[in-house]
Design a binder for this molecule. Structure first.
Ligand SMILES: NC(=O)C1=CN([C@@H]2O[C@H](COP(=O)(O)OP(=O)(O)OC[C@H]3O[C@@H](n4cnc5c(N)ncnc54)[C@H](OP(=O)(O)O)[C@@H]3O)[C@@H](O)[C@H]2O)C=CC1
Ligand SMILES: O=C(CO)COP(=O)(O)O
Length: 339
């Protein structure tokens, strides 16, 4: 199959390896001429995915028309703040016969829309799906075992995406729950910032487990209120992705949080990480959505205050621990008569 990849950072590069392994004919596009020249001449992304070699068959371009021409599938893999502008750039070259799969993770800040909603708005003529889950580029680029989930509103599109990506080191499940998959992928990044802050403060495994567990509770609360399925949040793009991002040495969001826990501002942390820290972009949107849907998200709220107000890391952690006492169960009531 002919595939165009829109974005040539670490995830775009790792997926180029994967999709080439699957025998597809790949063209990679980036807005950045220097990045395209480096990839074309060195066959490696020297800064964002060093050590991973790209096959000679892959073509590189900065031309939107070229990457879209005859591509049955386009993979959208630019950071979330650039999804709309990239969709606008390619829209004139996309026909109703083509499919776009979004593999980026975020929520648009102003509109509070998911990324497939943004793509659909800009390119209504084509089919749009999503692929998400615990999948660091550093491991996929080395062909290490990985599982993800592909979602689309119609089964044919979901199965087409599953088929294009799946191989013996990259297992792809399929699902109709597009909103659940997207919210899991976007919200886990905000929680990972908090997990990193805990690490930076020197908190231990108990605190990490608490942030992951109470974090997924927040994701489920908002995600189900917005129409996502509980099963999805218990799956690869929910708890699966949350675990990998809160625990992995590769995680950009956890690392940015770690630096903030050590006293750096989020801008200093982002400069040091040098790759996209999506949680910073999604944090405000997640908070605004929690207000809109009337659900409590204390970790998301503290992360916003750490990022955009002058709350420091220690105060933030204390604030979470000293919230009003509450129950873990939201469904069951006490049976006081039996007691
Ligand atoms: N890295 C990973 O392991 C994974 C990442 N993701 C998601 O994939 C998305 C991309 O992440 P990742 O590849 O890591 O990011 P990177 O920062 O490595 O790369 C992003 C790419 O987008 C390009 N870019 C920068 N500015 C613009 C712009 N204005 N318009 C269009 N393109 C631009 C970058 O160019 P330049 O290099 O010049 O900045 C680069 O090619 C994110 O949403 C992330 O959450 C999902 C799963 C795994
Ligand atoms: O989403 C990702 C892996 O699934 C990448 O984000 P992090 O690097 O912050 O974990």
């Amino acid at each position: 199959m002919k595939i165009g990849i829109l974005g040539a950072g670490s995830w775009g590069t790792a997926l180029t390896v994967l999709l080439s392994d699957n025998g597809h004919d790949i063209t990679v596009w980036s807005v950045d001429e220097k990045e395209i020249e480096m990839l074309d001449t060195k066959r490696e992304h020297l800064t964002k995915l060093p050590g991973v070699k790209l096959p000679d068959s892959v073509r590189f371009t900065t031309d939107e028309q070229e990457v879209c021409k005859d591509a049955e599938l386009l993979v959208m893999v630019v950071p979330s703040p650039f999804i709309r502008s990239t969709a606008k750039r390619v829209a004139p070259y996309i026909t109703g016969a083509q499919t776009i799969v979004n593999v980026s993770k975020g929520i648009e800040d102003e509109s509070l829309k998911t990324l497939t909603e943004v793509i659909h708005e800009e390119i209504p003529q084509c089919k749009v799906g999503v692929l998400s889950g615990p999948s660091h580029a550093e491991e996929v680029g080395k062909r290490m075992p990985t599982t993800v989930v592909a979602g689309a509103k119609d089964e044919k599109t979901a199965l087409m995406i599953q088929d294009a990506f799946m191989n013996d080191y990259f297992r792809v499940y399929a699902s109709p729950d597009v909103i659940g998959i997207e919210l899991g992928g976007a919200l886990k990044n905000v929680i990972a910032l908090a997990a990193g802050v805990g690490d930076g403060l020197g908190c231990g495994d108990n605190a990490k487990a608490a942030i992951i567990t109470r974090g997924i509770a927040e994701i489920i609360r908002l995600g189900t209120a917005m129409g996502g399925e509980l099963e999805t949040f218990a799956g690869l793009s929910g708890i699966g992705d949350l675990i990998v991002t809160c625990e992995s040495k590769h995680s950009r969001n956890r690392k940015a949080g770690f630096l903030m826990g050590q006293g750096k501002t989020y801008k200093e942390a982002m400069d040091e990480v040098q790759m996209v820290v999506e949680g910073v972009y999604s944090a405000k949107a997640a908070y605004k959505l929690s207000q809109k849907y009337g659900v409590e998200m204390p970790i998301v709220s503290v992360v916003n205050r750490l990022l955009f107000e002058d709350l420091n890391a220690e105060e933030g952690m204390k604030m979470l621990l000293t919230r009003n006492r509450t129950s873990e169960s939201t469904r069951l009531a006490w049976d006081n008569e039996q007691a």
